[in-house]
Design a protein around this ligand. Sequence first.
Ligand code: FDA
Length: 615
Amino acid sequence: QEPTLETEFLVVGAGPAGAALACFLTSYGLKGVMISTAPGTANTPRAHITNMAALECLRDIGLDKDLEALASKGDEHMIHTRWCHSMAGEEYARIHSWGNGPDRKVNEDARLQIFRPSTDFPIQGEYETASPCGPMDLPQTQLEPVLVRYATMNGFKTRFDTTLLSFETDSDTGLITANIRDNLSGQEYQVRTKYLFGADGARSQVVKQLDLPLSVKPGQGMAINVLVKADLSHLVEHRRGNLHWVMQPDKEHPDFGWMGIVRMVKPWNEWMFILFPTRECDFQISPSKEEYLQRVRDFIGDDTPAEILDVSKWFINEIVAEEYSQGNIYCMGDAVHRHPPFNGLGSNTCIQDAFNLAWKVAYVHRGLADPSLLSSYSTERQPVGRQIITRANDGFREHFNVWQALGMLSEDVESRKQVLAELTAPTPTGRERRQAFQAAISNTCHEFHGLGVEMNQVYSGPGVYSADEAVPFKHSGPAAEDPVLYYEKSTYPGCRLPHVWLNTTTPTEPKSTIDLAGHGAFTLFTGIGGEHWREAAKKVSAELGVPVEVHSIGFREEWEDVYFDWERVRGVEESGAVLVRPDRYVGWRAPTVLESEEACESKLSTVLASILGRK
Ligand code: FDA
């Protein structure tokens, strides 16, 4: 039977992973089909913390501005995570969050300190200097329509209510035939495609059928999302923040919600009450809608009117696929990494998976790279997946110390009250408990200020040329002591291109290195004395047909480094070179210029051919 439809790229799933991939593929002029079994984009807010690493990917296609216009951000909305008895009641603690701590956000004095080779803590201004983007809070209900619209307007036909049932790969042609059902008519049809992308979420049909090996650690239970309309402006005016842990150890609590998180969805009149049930909770018996509403009222703590809009459940998983691809089938997002929302790594990792894969697919499709380049997708992204599922679950586990210190883990209300009383007692045990509580809260900075885990990914394998480096990459400075908390800028091959603001000799807006790179091309940064690299890049680009942009940075060069920030991070001499891949990861670097233009050309040609898998 002939397929009903032929395409080169079939994306299964229109969530953050699939929709982002479709966007990035269209930026290379590639057109395809995206299907989703759901009737539309996300109908509940789900993931919301949008980090700078993901935003830099979307900035490549200009979408960061669209998202910024919709998002909540900064001091106004994201400054704290709080622990309290109720939203209206007593507070236990607060911690600055998401780049809004005075010790970690912009501070002009600190600007000079940040690159000083010192291990003094804390370093300051890191969020500001890490990226041209800033962290934001954007619920999935708002993120997904932007992505789907962009993908659809630029060449990806999108079909909702459309389910992938199964697929077969033709062993002769390598083409994949997908069996698809239109959920409205019930009609089944086939789509023949060259590439199939499994971005179909935590219950991925694609991963299941491929039987990709999964590394599964025991789950940590489940959570209930109760979406609530309630205007809490009066309660957060002086207690701003997007996450509020509510704990009432001195009260009896129902099994379905012994404690919870009140998360801002829309400031300040839409909230997600995330409830954690005990293992004893029997969902056959309770809760009713009224019971949920009562719990919401308990958590609010005054008589603010509240209305429940939706209730959904999710599981606290620690699962990662050992391999992300098989043949021309590539999986991404929750299909291959499943974890709780702690550290806010969910949709952010999905978007970065897609960004890593898109340029490789485009280069292979255009004949600019050997198909072997595509194997580097799994090599580079799987370790990131493992890292983030571990971090997110560690983030959850670390909260146990807070609960323990507050006495939440005792079974009966009387012993919990005793613990709570101990917290105020002028006794050595009281002091010990307060210290344990403070230590537990301080340690949550790994979740709420985990800049390192967001930005420190270092790739290795065939997509990176590190053969010229004498010493393997190892973090230094603060990141060596705490790679979850602190991001280290480096041009070591496999690292993210460091962001630095540059200027021109005329008074124009500063430009980030991040904006000079990307946009589908390789970029070579050099400086005074590096003219041979420029000429070499021109020739190699023509010879291989691969776009290579060149930028020279330095005193009276094309780009002025007026703060000397590039000088501090470039890791090579003025005449050296830093070659950046289209996904803005460093592919290779040369400490200095070589003896002749020919030598530079030969070297660059070898390096590019190696990265692209061309012999
Ligand atoms: P996602 O699950 O978003 O999308 C999968 C896509 O595949 C959908 O379009 C679906 O319709 C489609 N699909 C699935 N099977 C298909 C098939 N057979 N054929 C065709 N299409 C198919 N994260 C967080 O950070 N904070 C939070 O609070 C929450 N809360 C939360 C609540 C709930 C209820 C859920 C389900 C999830 C969360 N998450 C979350 C997780 C977060 O939503 C998640 O990390 C991202 O949505 C993952 O994006 P993906 O694109 O990988 O999958």
